[in-house]
Write a protein that binds this ligand. Structure first.
Ligand code: NAP
Length: 242
């Protein structure tokens, strides 16, 4: 098990991509802390994780856009290390910019981008003390491709790329690696109904949507490879090449 003894914090760990990453990391020996807003969903997710001898997975329900919760979580775990931080919490958008409510603009930015900023900001000092750590931020192919009805979402995800690449310059010398994943269309609740008649699949060179486990595999590579730093890794069935 390549992540034996590692402690891992995963936002958006209650379902979809975040949960798949938690499942794979736990199978590799990591102990996971899952973050999401819904305690019931988090508990179900945590119970589904593989458990070896000393793994005691935990859940911390909170909204990632709220700095106070991040600060409390870190303060409550002063003596607990954090080897890997995965920022996967996110919400989508399906509206043209001129039709997008003001409140939705802030909600998308605050969840996707600001939530990721807080995760990095509050866990990096701990990793610096440890002199090691690994950050995996989940952006989206939309960050570079854009998408109709996804202006704010794409802006939030592009922000995550800029955040991660800058952070990589700042923390690399402290033994902390920072990388960003750009998934294309992946089968989760977020993409439910988007490929009803298979039209979306025809736009993807591989002819299908991706699976959460395929994204989790990429996250595991970033977690394990000790020289992978400042990577922007597309997992998109070839869509970025179109
Ligand atoms: P999902 O199935 O809808 O899961 C989203 C996760 O984020 C859930 O655990 C959700 O839990 C959590 N979350 C949402 N808002 C939150 C908040 N304010 N505070 C804390 N947790 C919050 O979506 P997914 O497809 O797995 O997406 C995971 C990440 O991958 C997102 O960042 C998404 O943008 C990105 N992504 C997805 C795709 C795709 O095609 N699916 C493609 C590219 C990138 P609660 O709702 O209980 O809080």
């Amino acid at each position: 098990m390549s992540l034996l003894g590692k402690r891992c914090i995963i936002s958006g760990g209650s379902r979809g991509i975040g949960l798949a990453i938690a499942r794979l990391f736990a199978a590799e020996g990591a102990t996971c802390t899952l973050i999401g807003r819904n305690q019931e969903a988090l508990s179900t997710a945590a119970e589904s994780l593989p458990r070896h001898n000393s793994q005691d997975h935990e859940t911390v329900p909170f909204d990632v856009s709220n700095t106070n919760y991040w600060m409390k979580m870190v303060a409550d775990r002063k003596t607990v290390k954090c080897d890997i931080l995965v920022n996967a919490a996110g919400i989508s958008q399906n509206s043209f910019l001129f039709n997008t409510a003001h409140g939705d603009v802030s909600k998308i930015i605050n969840t996707n981008l600001t939530g990721t900023i807080w995760g990095c900001k509050f866990l990096v000092p701990k990793m610096m003390k440890q002199k090691e750590g690994c950050i995996i931020n989940v952006s989206s192919l939309m960050a570079i491709h854009g998408g109709r009805g996804a202006s704010i979402y794409a802006a939030s995800k592009a922000g995550i790329v800029g955040l991660t690449r800058s952070l990589a310059w700042e923390v690399g010398r402290f033994g902390i690696r920072a990388n960003v994943l750009l998934p294309g269309y992946i089968q989760t609740e977020m993409t439910e109904g988007m490929d009803k008649n298979g039209e979306l699949s025809t736009l993807i060179p591989m002819g299908r949507l991706g699976l959460v486990d395929e994204v989790a595999d990429a996250a595991l590579f970033l977690a394990k490879n000790s020289y992978a730093h400042n990577c922007v890794l597309n997992i998109d069935g070839g869509l970025s090449a179109t």
